[in-house]
Structures are given as structure tokens and as C-alpha cells.
Design a protein around this ligand. Structure first.
Ligand SMILES: Nc1ncnc2c1ncn2[C@@H]1O[C@H](COP(=O)(O)OP(=O)(O)OP(=O)(O)O)[C@@H](O)[C@H]1O
Length: 608
């Protein structure tokens, strides 16, 4: 490429020329924002090899997780986020078969123009100003479409650039949702739904410094440093040029962007740093630091366990502790990677948006478990956690490994959540009215999330519905702008575990490619849960990135079946008949939203 901008820009152009083709290639790769595939190795159980074997969910540790039900939690771990090809917000087509992953907005995008670049520098200026602002700023939520996407603030836009600038390999970098998630109530950065920008900014600055240290390269500039540098030098160059020569300006700016990108591309995208940033931390905490914020450590009790997670009660909250990034097997499984945890975090936080903290709300629902905070911790388990683990083990005979096996270097994410109660499997239902309300709450919740985010849970078995008895007589939902109240009969349901879920955040589609996990569809014949996975496969034609709200209906049918066949409670034969016919009628609905109109629910819904 030859220089059009004269001698002064020779250095710039040589940098650009050397890397332009790389940049183009990387832009083309942004359709898949990040993706992790397991290897196909099939020999002895080293960590990598287990990664392959677990796709078929064969336990490698004798005595661990041999039951099919339990192995359902060990599904294909290929997590994929694709940038949404749609206009901002979920697609409207209900059944997109075998669609290609949506294209990145970057691909084929027109070249930047001066206006965009000027806006960028203004953002950078604003970012710098934030540093001087002592008070946190409220983020505003707008209803530009059905999604409650936060209004793009200066901070999120700048953070997005910061994060994107740290991913040399676009195939495994952060999704574009990440910058939105950085707006979302969390950790030290969030108080009562208000983003503490100065705290988040501090975290990122510290991370920036830390990153410099990791790279041991004084020439590299990262984070806000590079933004500042970019701003200053670019502005100067612009001033050097004639005001009328807009074409020249545009040309220089476009390539300055490339140049800056080039210097940044040398930086490694580090999902751990991104995870820390999302959690509002500059470095990992210890368990005792985190848990003592919620309770007296001696009062900690374990409340449940999953394949990856150990779940503790800490004061009024629940802390789900998930190890990641370590080389050792945990409970016979390869540990999740930081990027997988990021995806889980994004899903939880996107669903948090449905809790409606603003007047401008179009879809609201209290049923998805509320994520109250997130923390990254390093180090071995605290003694009190081990004590709690052992006590639970004595009573329930844990399937998980003893946590004292974790090394001092082990990393964890702690999901701080509201306490959702007991899972449906162990909960004792008292009446048909409770069963009815439970079904309706789940149906409306799915409908709301479908409408807002094309959400499909895809794994709504009875371990993933929590129940508690509360005083409230009704719960308020808003579905597609319409307010409705659901009679509770004293029972409140919460939905957990979004590992298999699919969501369209408006910018990314997050989903697990279950086609890579054939074992999931090989459960016992006649078992309603395993039949439901098979029915989902049929409904989606094994194309898991598409939107198929029918999968939600399939899980509703599964739940009706559970209430018919597995739960004992006070009900008449008429009630049983009603449940049976509901199950049949559900065949004709294509989404949870459609199912709401079923007469089974009518007496429990109070419309406004
Ligand atoms: N917010 C909560 N409130 C009360 N109990 C909870 C909560 N979250 C989880 N639990 C309990 O802990 C158990 C395990 O939680 P969860 O399913 O989220 O773990 P997991 O490790 O993600 O599971 P998986 O094996 O699917 O990966 C649940 O079945 C439930 O009993």
C-alpha cells in the first residue's frame, strides 16, 4: 500500500502495511465471537483427554457420577457466542432452520468516517473526565426495543473498545455483549442497580497496569493509557490538517485506528482479566474476604451441589462456588475455562435485566434467580467451608470430591444469588393450586424471557426449579408491555442453571452446541427427561444456535408430567384429568408465550 498522507506518516503506514492483511483476516473472523471446542482425543484420562470423553459423559472416576441423571449435568461444553446478524434485538422469525451463524457487524461494514471517529474521541475524553468525577453515575435503561438494553454510556463503549483491543484472536475473544454486561449490577462496581463507574474504572486501570507487568514490555500500552495516547496523538494530527480536507482527515483517522489496533493486537486477550473486570475486581479475592461480606463464616452451611458448583448459604444469600482454569480434574471433570464462566456470567446478568429496575419496562419477571454479585477468588477452601462441606456430606453423601484437594493456586468464581428455596425434586407440594401456580409462574417467566431475549432454557428438569413459600398472594409480570398478576397460592418459583440455555442479548447469541454431545440424547427410553432432550433435538433439527421456543414448551410438558407422575400432593381425579389435557394441548403451542392463553391458567391470571 502506498502512502497518500505524506512523509510524516511513513512510520504509521509501515506499521499498517505490515498488519493490514492480518487485521482484515481478524475482522472476518469476528462472526464467531468466541468459541471453545474440545479435542477429539480418546486415550487415557489426562486433562485434555477427559475433555473429549466427557462429551459422551462417561465418568472417568470410579464411583463418581455414574447415574444417567447425574451425567446430564456433564454436557457438551462447547460454548459459543455468535454476534447477532439481526437488527438490534432478537429476530422475529420463529423457526429458523439450519441458519448460518449470524454475521458480525464488523464484516462488510463501511469504513469509519470522521463523525464516528470524532464521537470515539469524545468518548475517550469523557472517559478521562470520569476519573475526576467522585460520584458514581446512574446508568439509564431505555426501551428502544423489547430488550432492556442499557443505553450505551460512554463507559461501556470505551470499555468495549478496551476489551476488544485486547483480543488478538477474534475467534476466542469476548462477545460484544461483554461491554453491556459491564453496565450490569455487580460486585464492587454496582450498588442498588447503579454502576459505580469510578470503581470499575479503577479496576480496569489496575488491570491495565497488571497486564503491562505480565507482558514485561514497556513499549506496550494498554487500557486507558492507550486510549489517552491515541486521543492525544490523533487529535494533534487532525489539527495539523486543513479543516477543509475532510477526505484526508478521514483517511488518516481510519488508518490511525488501524495503527492503534495493531499495537494493541500484540496484547493477549485474557479472559481472566475480563472476568475480573466484570466482577469489579483488580485481583482475585480470598473466600473469607468474600463470604464474610455476607455472613459470619462460622454460620456457613452447604445447601447443594452440582457437577461443578458447590452451593453454600451465606447469610441471606446463596454462594455458588465454581472452580475454573485449573489443570486438575474436579469431580472427575475438566475444569471450566474463564471464557466459559464469562458466558455463564453474561447469561445470568442478561436475565437479571428482566427484574426491571426502571420505569421503562416492557418485559419483567421475578422468576429467574437473581444474581446479586460475582467474585473471582483464588486459594484453597476456607476451613469453615470445608466444615460445612463435610457436614453436608455426612447427611447427603456427596458425589463431589473433597474440597481440601484444591491447591492454593486454584481459581473460583463465586456467584452470589438470592436464596431460591428447595428444588422441585425434594420440595413437598401441598395442593393442586400450588402445582398450578408453579406451572404458570414458569410458563410466564419463559414467555417473558422469550419475548425479551429469545430465551430458551433447554434444561428445565426438576432440579432446576426452586420453590419457597412466601406471603405474597400474587406476583407481577410484564409480558410484551402488558402487566399481569399471577396468583401464587403462597408458592414462589425460581429458575436456575442456565448452562444449556440459549439467549439473544441483542448483540450476541449465546448457546451450547449440543450436537457435539450425542450422549445427552441417549438417556433411557420412556424417561421423560431424556425424551425431552430428544424432542428438543427434533424441534431444533440439531441446529442449536437457532431460535426454537418450542423447546420451552417441551420442558413445560415435562413439568406437567412430573406433576402428574412424580409428585404426590392433594388432588382430585378432575385435577389429574386437567393436567393430562393440558399436556396434550401443549402439543399445539409453539412457544411459552402461546401457552399462556391455555384455559388451565386462566383462573390464576389477573390482567391489568
Ligand atoms: N440460588 C439458589 N438457592 C437455593 N439453592 C440453590 C441455589 N442455586 C443452587 N442451589 C442448589 O444447589 C444445587 C446445584 O446448583 P446448580 O444446579 O446451579 O449447580 P451447577 O454446578 O451449575 O449444576 P450443574 O451440575 O448443572 O453444572 C441445586 O440443585 C440447588 O439444590
Amino acid at each position: 500500500m502506498t502512502s497518500r498522507a505524506g512523509e510524516k506518516k511513513v512510520d504509521l503506514w509501515s506499521q499498517i502495511a505490515a498488519t493490514e492483511s492480518d487485521n482484515e483476516l481478524q475482522q472476518q473472523q469476528t462472526a464467531i465471537v468466541y468459541k471453545r471446542k474440545q479435542t477429539q482425543n480418546e486415550s487415557l484420562p489426562t486433562t485434555k483427554q477427559v475433555s473429549s470423553i466427557q462429551k459422551n459423559r462417561v465418568s472417568l472416576v470410579p464411583g463418581k457420577r455414574i447415574s444417567w441423571n447425574r451425567s446430564l449435568f456433564i454436557r457438551g461444553r462447547t460454548s459459543i457466542a455468535v454476534a447477532a446478524c439481526v437488527e438490534y434485538g432478537p429476530k422475529k422469525e420463529k423457526h429458523i432452520r439450519k441458519q448460518k451463524p449470524p454475521l458480525s457487524r464488523a464484516k462488510g461494514a463501511p469504513p469509519q468516517n470522521f463523525d464516528k471517529e470524532r464521537a470515539y474521541f469524545e468518548e475517550v475524553d469523557a472517559f478521562e473526565l470520569l476519573e475526576e468525577s467522585p460520584s458514581p453515575q446512574c446508568k439509564t435503561w431505555v426501551m428502544g426495543n423489547k430488550n432492556y438494553i442499557p443505553q450505551s454510556s460512554h463507559i461501556s463503549s470505551v470499555l468495549k473498545k478496551w476489551l476488544l483491543a485486547h483480543k488478538p484472536d477474534h475467534s476466542c475473544g469476548p462477545s460484544t455483549s461483554l461491554s453491556r454486561i459491564l453496565d450490569t449490577p455487580l460486585g464492587d462496581s454496582i450498588h442498588d442497580g447503579v454502576l459505580d463507574l469510578s470503581s470499575l474504572k479503577t479496576s480496569l486501570e489496575t488491570l491495565s497496569q497488571a497486564n503491562k507487568g505480565f507482558k514485561s514490555n514497556q513499549n506496550k500500552i494498554v487500557g486507558s493509557d492507550v486510549l489517552q495516547s491515541h486521543n492525544t496523538s490523533s487529535t494533534k494530527r487532525i489539527q495539523d490538517l486543513s479543516e477543509n480536507d475532510s477526505e484526508e482527515i478521514e483517511y488518516v483517522i481510519r488508518n490511525l485506528s488501524l495503527s492503534s489496533q495493531n499495537s494493541l493486537i500484540e496484547q493477549q486477550w485474557d479472559p481472566l482479566l475480563a472476568l475480573l473486570a466484570v466482577c469489579g475486581q483488580s485481583s482475585p479475592s480470598t473466600f473469607s474476604d468474600v463470604l464474610s461480606q455476607y455472613c459470619d463464616l462460622q454460620s456457613i452451611a452447604k445447601v447443594g451441589e452440582g457437577t461443578y458448583g458447590e452451593v453454600f448459604i451465606a447469610g441471606g444469600t446463596v454462594c455458588k462456588v465454581v472452580p475454573f482454569d485449573g489443570d486438575s480434574l474436579v469431580n472427575g471433570e475438566v475444569q471450566k475455562k474463564a471464557e466459559e464462566l464469562l458466558e455463564e456470567v453474561m447469561l445470568s446478568l442478561t436475565l437479571n435485566q428482566l427484574r426491571g429496575h426502571d420505569n421503562h419496562i416492557h418485559n419483567v419477571c421475578p422468576t429467574f434467580i437473581h444474581t446479586l454479585g460475582l467474585r473471582v477468588c483464588t486459594g484453597a477452601y476456607d476451613d469453615e467451608m470445608i466444615r460445612a462441606w463435610v457436614e453436608w456430606d455426612k447427611k447427603h453423601n456427596s458425589e463431589n470430591d473433597h474440597p481440601s484437594e484444591f491447591s492454593e493456586k486454584q481459581r473460583f468464581v463465586v456467584f452470589v444469588q438470592e436464596h431460591g428455596g428447595q428444588d422441585l425434586e425434594s420440595f413437598v407440594l401441598l395442593s393442586f393450586s400450588e402445582a398450578q401456580s408453579l406451572l404458570l409462574q414458569v410458563t410466564v417467566a419463559l414467555a417473558v424471557a422469550e419475548d425479551a431475549f429469545e430465551f430458551e432454557h433447554r434444561d428445565l428438569h426438576w432440579g432446576n426449579i426452586l420453590l419457597s413459600r412466601k406471603g405474597c398472594k400474587t406476583l407481577e409480570f410484564v409480558l410484551d408491555g402488558k402487566k399481569m398478576h399471577v396468583k401464587t397460592h403462597g408458592l414462589v418459583a425460581s429458575i436456575i442453571d442456565f448452562t444449556l440455555s440459549r439467549i439473544n442479548t441483542g448483540e450476541d447469541i449465546l448457546f451450547l452446541d449440543l450436537s457435539l454431545d450425542p450422549g445427552l440424547f441417549e438417556g433411557p427410553k420412556g424417561d421423560e427427561q431424556s425424551e425431552t432432550y430428544r424432542k428438543m433435538k427434533e424441534a431444533t433439527e440439531d441446529c442449536w444456535e437457532g431460535s426454537f421456543p418450542k423447546t420451552n414448551v417441551l420442558w413445560l410438558q415435562y413439568l406437567v408430567d412430573v406433576l402428574l407422575r412424580k409428585k404426590v400432593y392433594d388432588r382430585t381425579s378432575k385435577d389429574t384429568r386437567e393436567l393430562r389435557s393440558l399436556k396434550k394441548r401443549l402439543n399445539s403451542y409453539e412457544s411459552a408465550k402461546e401457552s399462556i392463553v391455555d384455559p388451565f391458567f386462566s383462573e390464576l391470571i389477573v390482567n391489568e
